[in-house]
Design a protein. Structure first.
Length: 140
Protein backbone atom coordinates (compact mmCIF):
# COMPACT_ATOMS: atom_id res chain seq x y z
CA UNK A 1 0.00 0.00 0.00
CA UNK A 2 1.28 3.45 -0.92
CA UNK A 3 1.96 6.00 1.82
CA UNK A 4 0.01 9.22 1.37
CA UNK A 5 1.49 12.40 2.83
CA UNK A 6 -0.23 14.70 5.25
CA UNK A 7 -0.51 18.01 3.44
CA UNK A 8 -0.22 21.47 4.99
CA UNK A 9 -2.90 23.78 3.62
CA UNK A 10 -1.81 27.41 3.24
CA UNK A 11 -3.77 30.43 2.00
CA UNK A 12 -2.38 33.56 0.37
CA UNK A 13 -3.78 36.84 -0.87
CA UNK A 14 -2.97 38.69 -4.07
CA UNK A 15 -3.97 42.20 -2.98
CA UNK A 16 -4.51 44.70 -5.79
CA UNK A 17 -4.83 48.44 -5.28
CA UNK A 18 -7.00 50.72 -7.41
CA UNK A 19 -3.90 51.82 -9.38
CA UNK A 20 -3.36 48.21 -10.54
CA UNK A 21 -0.31 47.49 -8.36
CA UNK A 22 -0.09 44.27 -6.34
CA UNK A 23 1.24 43.78 -2.80
CA UNK A 24 4.13 41.41 -2.22
CA UNK A 25 5.77 40.50 1.10
CA UNK A 26 9.51 39.94 1.50
CA UNK A 27 10.31 37.13 3.93
CA UNK A 28 12.31 38.29 6.97
CA UNK A 29 15.83 37.12 7.78
CA UNK A 30 15.94 33.95 9.84
CA UNK A 31 12.81 32.49 8.20
CA UNK A 32 12.58 29.79 5.54
CA UNK A 33 13.00 31.46 2.10
CA UNK A 34 14.41 34.59 3.81
CA UNK A 35 14.70 37.57 1.47
CA UNK A 36 12.35 36.14 -1.17
CA UNK A 37 9.10 37.84 -2.16
CA UNK A 38 5.76 36.07 -1.68
CA UNK A 39 2.04 36.61 -1.65
CA UNK A 40 1.15 37.19 2.03
CA UNK A 41 -0.81 34.60 3.98
CA UNK A 42 -0.28 31.61 6.20
CA UNK A 43 -1.39 28.21 7.43
CA UNK A 44 -5.02 27.16 7.68
CA UNK A 45 -5.66 26.12 11.27
CA UNK A 46 -7.75 23.08 12.24
CA UNK A 47 -11.44 23.88 11.95
CA UNK A 48 -10.94 26.95 9.71
CA UNK A 49 -12.15 27.28 6.17
CA UNK A 50 -9.67 28.89 3.74
CA UNK A 51 -11.35 32.31 3.30
CA UNK A 52 -11.73 32.83 7.06
CA UNK A 53 -8.15 31.69 7.52
CA UNK A 54 -6.92 34.24 4.98
CA UNK A 55 -8.89 37.01 6.70
CA UNK A 56 -7.29 36.03 10.04
CA UNK A 57 -3.78 35.73 8.61
CA UNK A 58 -3.86 39.10 6.83
CA UNK A 59 -5.23 40.81 9.93
CA UNK A 60 -2.35 39.34 11.97
CA UNK A 61 0.34 39.95 9.34
CA UNK A 62 -0.75 43.24 7.78
CA UNK A 63 -3.34 44.73 10.14
CA UNK A 64 -6.07 44.82 7.49
CA UNK A 65 -9.65 43.59 7.67
CA UNK A 66 -11.12 41.54 4.82
CA UNK A 67 -14.64 40.46 4.01
CA UNK A 68 -14.63 36.91 2.66
CA UNK A 69 -17.22 38.00 0.05
CA UNK A 70 -14.49 40.21 -1.48
CA UNK A 71 -12.14 37.26 -2.10
CA UNK A 72 -11.96 35.64 -5.53
CA UNK A 73 -10.40 32.18 -5.94
CA UNK A 74 -7.48 32.58 -8.33
CA UNK A 75 -4.88 29.80 -8.30
CA UNK A 76 -3.27 27.00 -6.36
CA UNK A 77 0.15 25.40 -6.20
CA UNK A 78 1.59 22.43 -4.35
CA UNK A 79 4.86 20.75 -3.55
CA UNK A 80 5.46 17.19 -4.75
CA UNK A 81 4.20 14.45 -2.44
CA UNK A 82 7.79 13.23 -1.97
CA UNK A 83 8.93 16.58 -0.50
CA UNK A 84 10.75 16.44 2.81
CA UNK A 85 8.44 17.13 5.70
CA UNK A 86 4.80 18.00 5.18
CA UNK A 87 4.16 19.05 1.55
CA UNK A 88 2.41 22.40 1.15
CA UNK A 89 -0.69 23.24 -0.88
CA UNK A 90 -1.30 27.00 -1.34
CA UNK A 91 -4.69 28.42 -2.28
CA UNK A 92 -4.41 31.96 -3.68
CA UNK A 93 -7.25 34.47 -3.57
CA UNK A 94 -7.39 37.84 -5.31
CA UNK A 95 -8.46 40.63 -2.96
CA UNK A 96 -9.32 44.13 -4.18
CA UNK A 97 -11.12 45.50 -1.10
CA UNK A 98 -10.05 45.72 2.54
CA UNK A 99 -10.11 48.08 5.48
CA UNK A 100 -6.92 49.64 6.79
CA UNK A 101 -3.45 50.24 5.39
CA UNK A 102 -1.22 47.14 5.08
CA UNK A 103 1.78 47.29 7.44
CA UNK A 104 4.08 44.26 8.00
CA UNK A 105 3.48 43.32 11.66
CA UNK A 106 5.52 40.10 11.66
CA UNK A 107 8.76 41.24 10.06
CA UNK A 108 9.97 41.52 6.53
CA UNK A 109 8.79 44.27 4.25
CA UNK A 110 5.99 44.90 1.80
CA UNK A 111 5.81 46.84 -1.43
CA UNK A 112 3.47 47.33 -4.39
CA UNK A 113 4.45 46.13 -7.88
CA UNK A 114 3.25 45.97 -11.46
CA UNK A 115 2.86 42.39 -12.76
CA UNK A 116 5.97 42.82 -14.93
CA UNK A 117 7.95 43.76 -11.81
CA UNK A 118 6.57 40.77 -9.89
CA UNK A 119 7.84 38.53 -12.68
CA UNK A 120 11.38 39.77 -11.94
CA UNK A 121 11.26 39.32 -8.15
CA UNK A 122 13.06 36.41 -6.50
CA UNK A 123 10.28 34.20 -5.14
CA UNK A 124 9.91 30.78 -3.48
CA UNK A 125 9.03 28.00 -5.95
CA UNK A 126 5.32 27.86 -5.12
CA UNK A 127 4.98 31.65 -5.45
CA UNK A 128 6.69 31.42 -8.85
CA UNK A 129 3.93 29.00 -9.87
CA UNK A 130 1.16 31.19 -8.41
CA UNK A 131 2.49 34.34 -10.10
CA UNK A 132 2.64 32.50 -13.44
CA UNK A 133 -1.04 31.56 -13.05
CA UNK A 134 -2.19 35.07 -12.06
CA UNK A 135 0.09 36.96 -14.49
CA UNK A 136 0.61 34.46 -17.35
CA UNK A 137 1.78 37.01 -19.94
CA UNK A 138 4.32 38.69 -17.66
CA UNK A 139 5.66 35.49 -16.04
CA UNK A 140 5.88 33.29 -19.15
Amino acid sequence: MENFPTWQLVVAGALQRDDGRWLMHRRPLGKHHAGLWEFPGGKVENGENPPLSLARELKEELGIVLDTADMKRAAFAHEPANSSGKPIVILLYIVRAWEGSPIPHEGGEIDWFEPSEIAQLAKPPLDLDLAAQVFPTECA
